[in-house]
Design a protein around this ligand. Structure first.
Ligand SMILES: [Zn+2]
Length: 130
């Protein structure tokens, strides 16, 4: 699975976004070590904290299927069909991903037609653990 293919799946998942409040639609595509992809979109709620980001929607769908090891995630978000700036996962999603992913887990973002790849450790150098 190439980064281009993964971001395409994230953009496709974004089309299912339920974001009537922010109007900011996000899609995510999470790749397991076995090569399976789980997608998610942001799902907002009138009670704002009840909503969920695209990254965690994908992660929780995968976890609910027993998946525990992930290679990378692609994230695409925008107010329109243009992706002028990369959508970086929020702190809660980084912590949630950090539960299952190593420091070298890749986060694939898009900026216009360019792909940008970061490691989890760049965005979350230290994580909460018990
Ligand atoms: Zn988030």
């Amino acid at each position: 699975m190439t980064n281009e293919e993964l971001i395409k799946l994230a953009k496709r998942a974004r089309l299912q976004s339920y974001s009537p409040y922010s109007h900011f639609s996000v899609g995510a595509a999470l790749l397991t070590w076995e090569g399976e992809v789980f997608t998610g979109c942001n799902v907002e709620n009138a009670s704002y904290p009840a909503g969920c980001c695209a990254e965690r929607t994908a992660l929780f769908a995968a976890a609910a299927k027993g998946k525990r090891k992930f290679k990378k995630i692609a994230v695409a978000g925008s107010f329109s069909d243009e992706f002028a700036s990369p959508t970086i996962p929020c702190g809660i999603c980084l912590q949630a991903l950090g539960e299952f992913c190593e420091d070298d887990f890749e986060i694939v973002l898009c900026e216009n037609d360019n792909l940008i790849v970061h490691k989890l450790s760049e965005f979350l150098p230290i994580r909460f653990t018990l």
